[in-house]
Design a protein around this ligand. Structure first.
Ligand SMILES: *Cc1c(COP(=O)(O)O)cnc(C)c1O
Length: 351
């Protein structure tokens, strides 16, 4: 079975080799130095010169929850860009934790424009919460637009880049991003269950450090205190941290840019081929992480056809888009010839 999903994705042989080995013990100097190396290399990849990287045991949503719970207070109103189910998750989190919020809602398949943001310009907000690539639709938001808005309004910019990291351009310092949320199973192509929060030091000092904890397991302060010596408050996802350590060695130097280019090349290659088959794509800007395909009510049939006849798993959609959209992932260990096979299957289905 070939996975054209967004997480878990096709893993690299080197990662699979690490994941098949005995876990080391972690309360010692050897593991601390692995953690510190992971932190430094991740900060470099994110373009964060003065910050912290924290490692949580839990999927990406755990990191989203930790950021909402540990950064904001009942008087810190935030603006949430809600363009799909991951934007909705930020809304749910703010509701649960009693953080006041406004929502910038996009209609189905509607592109974000400057006017959408302008409508909120007169209001006071502490931060903008956004999923840079709204994975449920495939839309990539214009980070320059978001960044200009938050700078002009002197707001913090909180970016869930879980599915955008490594697929699209990203630089925390350059783009004025205060907090970045990442997770293991997307472009890093690791096992599921590790998420990361990268914070600018100023955000940590001004927002996280002074706030009393309202949770323990996801406390960013507890993680930051422990991370000063390369440790975590509880048993971390030891195996995935070892996978990450191995993966980061490949992403050093120009490795990161090369992987970004490979993902972009797959996306461009597949899009040009699939459009020749007469399959429609949405008109909003797309992330290189995936290509959404639009169908006339038979998306599930296409999904089952490819699975049964071609051993190919695409990413199905939920909710209202269930029968109208399938998503084709470009992350992880995929080759251009894999897309040839997929296009053969799509052509065969269309006959
Ligand atoms: C995958 C993803 C998440 C995290 O989802 P989990 O199932 O908790 O890993 C969050 N935000 C975005 C944009 C994602 O693509």
């Amino acid at each position: 079975m070939k996975l054209f999903t967004v997480g878990p994705v096709e893993m690299y042989p080197e990662t699979l080799q690490v994941s098949g080995t005995q876990l080391p013990y972690f309360r010692n100097d050897e593991f601390s130095s692995i953690m510190k190396e992971n932190e430094q290399q991740l900060l470099t990849l994110c373009g964060c010169r003065k910050g912290r990287a924290l490692f949580l045991c839990g999927s990406g949503s755990a990191a989203m929850e930790a950021v909402v719970a540990c950064s904001f207070r009942r008087q810190d109103k935030v603006l949430i860009l809600r363009g799909g189910s991951f934007g909705e998750r930020f809304v749910q989190l703010c509701r649960i934790y009693g953080i006041p919020y406004d929502e910038l809602c996009l209609q189905e398949l509607e592109a974000l424009r400057k006017e959408h943001l302008d409508a909120f310009f007169q209001n006071e907000y502490c931060a903008l919460l956004v999923n840079l690539h709204e994975t449920s639709t495939g839309q990539l938001y214009d980070i320059q637009l978001l960044s200009a808005f938050t700078k002009a309004k002197n707001m913090y910019l909180i970016v869930d880049a879980i599915s955008s990291f490594m697929a699209d351009p990203l630089d925390m310092d350059q783009m004025g991003i205060d907090v970045l949320i990442l997770s293991s199973q997307k472009a890093l192509a690791l096992s599921c269950g590790l998420s990361m929060v990268v914070l600018q030091e100023s955000f940590y000092r001004d927002m996280v450090e002074p706030k009393d904890d309202i949770c323990l397991y996801l406390s960013l302060k507890e993680h930051a205190r422990n991370m000063e010596r390369g440790q975590t408050p509880n048993t971390p996802a030891v195996g995935i941290l070892m996978e990450l350590h191995e993966r980061l060695q490949h992403l050093q130097g120009d490795g990161f840019v090369l992987e970004q280019q490979r993902i972009a090349t797959r996306a461009a290659y597949f899009r040009s081929r699939v459009q020749k088959l007469g399959i429609q794509l949405p008109h909003f800007p797309l992330s290189n992480a995936l290509t959404p395909l639009l169908f006339d009510g038979d998306a599930q049939k296409v999904y089952q056809f490819l699975k049964k006849n071609y051993a190919i798993t695409l990413t199905p959609s939920g909710g209202a888009m269930r029968e109208r959209m399938l998503r084709v992932g470009h992350l992880g260990n995929l080759k251009l010839c894999d897309y040839d096979a997929l296009c053969d299957g799509l052509r065969e289905y269309g006959k």
